[in-house]
Design a protein around this ligand. Structure first.
Ligand SMILES: Nc1nc2c(ncn2[C@@H]2O[C@H](COP(=O)(O)OP(=O)(O)OP(=O)(O)O)[C@@H](O)[C@H]2O)c(=O)[nH]1
Ligand SMILES: [Mg+2]
Length: 589
């Protein structure tokens, strides 16, 4: 037989299809598709390696193996007068000649013949042996064969076991072709006609319709092959009858519809698998939708929190600055009115001045500052607690949805289980934080850290109690110092020179102190509160991160899978359309 049953175009398409399907399979195995689906895709891809299957049956010694050798033009199978072939033997393409005994009734023989890439042939033991055992033949190979060559021998046509076997394979509705081998033994046409009539009569009795009938001589065909004289070889070949049989086999196998079916079958399997995977991805995406919304809500809770903290901190710090500004103004007024010659009596007693300063100017500034800082702290703490409550609420809502879902339908994939677990653990973390939230503790810790930060600016001595007190005492002691004033001498000097000078000096020092105080205090508080709120935001983010990160990854995974699947879908449908055209593109014979 010729080297290929396919046209060059068909053979090229077959190669391309095999490659494409292998790639599609690899692509699909990267995403979450059912294992058995992949396995059946693999099986159908392998079927492309054995595009056509020919099964040769008949009584022992009928010349089945000889016929296969003649068809393949090579001495591949052993022949012999005694029962020779003891196993059902699949002859297929392989780089090397090799025989593999699969079990005692079945073997695989590989041979590097190009034709075998498209056509696999099953050689069998005699029907007498086959009927008794070799179920593999009738259950596996006959059902998926394209053609059954029924070989009967001219010297023993249509044995009883051949007839029985024919009845047996009838159920499969396979195309059976009758080959009368050893036609070389006939002396004349009449004896051939007699045998032909005999075989066809019996075959028709079983099959209903008379089958195709080819008298051949496998021996003659083999001899023709080895004959060095070309003319002699041509004559022998012509009389072997093998050309007619081959032509019939070729046209039957090469039939456009059959070829199209063969080519499109694995594409259909792949298409199915892709469709299945697509629907899984769609379901999963749907399921993920709620989680995407939940994570979006969680993220906006955190973003809003961050924005609020930042936007509200400034005005709250400004109110502390206001207190200090009013304090400063009062201080300056105080120096103007107190450091005067008319007030010389009080000035003489420095402690009186100081007491008056504390009463009129300082007044409740320490308390005001403390209150304001406390309010700021409370606000931050309350905000934090509130955010955690919101986070917990969102997670609990999602949990509840899952719960409803579980009541409705059972199960869910690995990713769903993981999601549920994450919602659970993250939800528990949030809940634990909300439940154990001790506002007083948090507030006093925050207050302490703010106080420390302010103390660290070296503005104040550590150890004093209360932030407001710390702040003001430093200013007061540094500025309201009038001792030694009276030592300056005469009233005139005091009135005209010393007192105004002292007043000016006191005011300047006070102002200076106040500027330092304001900038350092507010600066320290601002950076401290910012730092604290960043920690709080980070804590929230970290708390929900395992869940949000997973959902993001899931979303990406599903989007990528959907993209990959739609690409494969397009590729497959392109191949399918071409497989039809290619199959119809004409036979080679
Ligand atoms: N005269 C003649 N003898 C043939 C022809 N073909 C095969 N033989 C001989 O018939 C005998 C059996 O051939 P095989 O090919 O082994 O027959 P088989 O059907 O495979 O037999 P089993 O494997 O035993 O079932 C061998 O001796 C072959 O040489 C033929 O066309 N003409
Ligand atoms: Mg044999």
């Amino acid at each position: 037989m010729r080297q290929s049953l396919l046209t060059d175009e068909q053979a090229a398409f077959l190669r391309e299809e095999k490659e494409a399907l292998a790639e599609i399979r690899v692509a699909l195995s990267d995403i979450d598709v059912p294992r058995d689906g992949l396995a059946s895709l693999q099986t159908s891809i392998l079927q492309l390696d054995e595009l056509f299957l020919l099964v040769v049956v008949g009584e022992f010694n009928a010349g089945k193996s000889a016929l296969v050798n003649a068809l393949l033009g090579n001495q591949i199978l052993p022949e012999g007068t005694t029962p020779t072939t003891s196993k059902v033997t699949l002859v297929k393409w392989g780089e090397k000649v090799a025989e593999q005994a699969v079990d005692e009734g079945f073997g695989i023989l590989t041979y590097p013949l190009p034709l075998l890439k498209e056509l696999n042939i099953v050689d069998t033991p005699g029907t007498n042996a086959v009927i008794r055992r070799h179920e593999r033949l009738t259950d596996e190979f006959v059902p998926r064969s394209d053609l059954v060559l029924f070989v009967t021998s001219a010297d023993r046509p249509m044995t009883e076991s051949e007839r029985l076997f024919l009845e047996r394979i009838l159920a499969w509705g396979k195309k059976v072709v009758f080959v009368l081998n050893k036609a070389d033994i006939f002396e004349d046409e009449t004896s051939l006609d007699e045998v032909r009539d005999f075989v066809l009569k019996h075959a028709t009795a079983v099959l209903g319709d008379p089958p195709e009938f080819f008298p051949v001589s496998a021996r003659m065909a083999q001899r023709a092959q080895n004959e060095p004289d070309p003319e002699q070889s041509r004559l022998m070949r012509a009389s072997s009858g093998l050309d007619e049989l081959e032509r019939y086999i070729t046209t039957t196998l090469d039939d456009a519809t059959r070829l199209e079916l063969k080519l499109s079958n694995p594409l259909g399997t792949a298409e199915n698998l892709v469709a299945q995977a697509q629907s899984t991805v769609r379901d999963e995406s749907q399921e993920l939708h709620e989680d995407i919304q939940t994570t979006a809500s969680l993220e906006s809770v955190i973003d809003d929190y961050a924005n609020e903290l930042h936007s509200e901190l400034e005005p709250r710090l400004a109110s502390i600055e206001n207190i200090l500004q009013r304090f400063e103004q009062r201080g300056l007024d105080f120096f103007d009115t107190t450091l005067r010659l008319t007030n010389i009596a009080s000035l003489a007693r420095g402690s009186q001045i100081r007491a008056k300063f504390e009463k009129d100017v300082l007044a409740d500034v320490p308390q005001q500052i403390d209150d304001q800082v406390q309010r700021l702290i409370d606000w931050v703490i309350q905000k934090d607690q509130h955010q955690w409550q919101q986070v917990m609420a969102y997670l609990q809502r999602r949990q509840a949805q899952y719960h409803e879902h579980i009541v409705g339908e059972q199960g869910g994939g690995a990713s769903e289980t993981r999601r549920r677990e994450l919602i659970d653990t993250v939800g528990k973390t949030a809940q634990a934080i909300v439940e154990s939230y001790d506002r007083n503790l948090e507030a006093s810790e925050l207050a302490k850290s703010v106080e420390n930060a302010v103390a660290q600016t070296a503005l104040l001595e550590a150890g004093a109690v209360g932030l407001g007190a710390l702040v003001t005492i430093a200013v007061v002691s540094a500025t309201v110092d009038v001792t030694g004033l009276l030592a300056a001498g005469s009233m005139a000097i005091l009135g005209f020179l010393v007192i105004p000078y002292k007043r000016k000096q006191a005011k300047e020092r006070f102002k200076e102190k106040m500027i330092t105080l304001r900038t350092r205090l507010v600066g320290a508080m601002s950076s401290q509160f910012r730092g604290e709120s960043e920690i709080a935001i980070a804590r929230l983010k970290d708390g929900v991160a395992p869940y949000t990160r997973f959902i993001k990854a899931e979303r990406q995974r599903l989007e990528e899978a959907a993209l990959l699947l739609s690409r494969q879908e397009q590729r497959i449908s392109g191949l399918k359309a071409r497989s039809q055209a290619v199959a119809k593109s004409g036979t080679k014979s």
